[in-house]
Design a protein around this ligand. Structure first.
Ligand SMILES: NC(=O)c1ccc[n+]([C@@H]2O[C@H](COP(=O)([O-])OP(=O)(O)OC[C@H]3O[C@@H](n4cnc5c(N)ncnc54)[C@H](OP(=O)(O)O)[C@@H]3O)[C@@H](O)[C@H]2O)c1
Length: 308
């Protein structure tokens, strides 16, 4: 049996569909079981409070940890804590419950880290801290690190598309020149689905990435191009992340609690350490353009894109 946490979220939801399609025995965990859109056993569980974790993990060999706390702080115990404190507590609760239940491995998707010696954003520091807690608790666990996942339901991709759609000049500060290697959702899900089946991945932290090295400016230009929008973006000269985050949050229609940590993480290059994951998993990742075209097509099947 495999457990998928974050089953109401983007990555967890997609992975759940994939594992069910493969016929793998799966259980989902969610704070609100009614919100899980799949025909699957769901256990109510909350990683921050720890409620429901023992029941959710009972009898599972692998548990996918696909949760983050970048949301407006809720009322109640720990509700007022920063996302870093909530995520630390959540990972410790989950790691302890997984050890109690004898789970063989936790599979985690976190964020790609900048080169050693570079200052970490609070978001990336927190993602790495979660990775460490989970790997330390179960030695066969696997941590995958990705930068932007390109998919119709991925918040980080949707924010970029909304900006292209709604603005003539895009508020990206000087670090729009920083580079990363976004990954196609189909490849990210493939890595996650195969992770428990690749013995060489046990105990490792592996970077997963697409083949194209792009600056954030290049990404915006490629997305605008593929959307058929003839605008020259990136002209607004906001040099500070807080100001840019506020504009992006208002224009894209996403909460500042999500946008600010994501934008702070763009202040350095985020490039893979090596291609070990590609080699071990024998995956040939799709190009950025293929990923964007596919994501936009899926998006338009659900709702029109004004700029197209
Ligand atoms: N999307 C990307 O581009 C991307 C890139 C790199 C890495 N990742 C990583 O992938 C993982 C999943 O991200 P995502 O994009 O799928 O995020 P998402 O769509 O925002 O989903 C987050 C999930 O976490 C759940 N959650 C939040 N707090 C919880 C709690 N206290 N107890 C139980 N569940 C809780 C949410 O459930 P509710 O429905 O109850 O809120 C939701 O299902 C994260 O670790 C993220 O760092 C994502």
């Amino acid at each position: 049996m495999e457990l998928v946490t974050g089953a109401t979220g983007y990555v967890g939801g997609r992975l759940l569909e994939r594992l069910l399609r493969e016929g793998r025995p799966v259980r989902a965990m969610a704070r609100d079981p009614a919100a899980v859109q799949a025909d699957v056993e769901v256990v109510r569980g909350d990683v921050v409070s720890g409620e429901g974790l023992d029941a959710a993990l009972d009898g599972t060999a692998s548990a996918y940890y696909l949760v983050h706390s970048m949301e407006a702080p809720a009322a109640g115990p720990n509700g007022g804590a920063s996302f870093g404190a909530r995520d630390r507590r959540a990972a410790r609760n989950f790691a302890a419950a997984a050890s109690r239940a004898g789970v063989e491995r936790v599979v985690y998707l976190g964020g790609m880290a900048p080169a050693p010696g570079t200052t970490l954003s609070p978001h990336l520091r927190s993602r790495l801290e979660v990775e460490r807690i989970l790997l330390d608790a179960s030695p066969k666990s696997i941590a995958l690190r990705a930068s932007i996942v390109i998919g119709a339901r991925s918040d980080s991709f949707r924010i970029l598309v909304r900006l292209v759609e709604r603005l003539r000049l895009l508020p990206f500060p000087a670090w729009r020149r920083h580079r990363t290697q976004p990954i196609d959702e189909r490849d990210a899900i493939e890595y996650l689905a195969r992770a428990p089946l690749v013995p060489e991945a046990a105990g490792r932290s592996l970077d997963i990435a697409g083949p194209d090295v792009l600056s954030y400016g290049d990404m915006i230009r490629r997305i605008a191009d593929l959307m058929g929008v003839g605008r020259a973006p990136l002209g607004l000269r906001l040099s500070q992340t807080p100001a840019a985050s506020a504009v992006v949050s208002a224009v894209a229609g996403y909460p500042l609690e999500l946008v600010r940590p994501l934008m702070q993480s763009l202040e350095t290059d985020l490039l893979p350490r090596d291609d070990d994951a590609k080699r071990l998993f024998r995956i040939r990742p799709r190009s950025f353009d293929r990923a964007v075209e596919w994501a936009l097509r899926e998006w338009e099947r659900a709702e029109p894109l004004a700029a197209r």
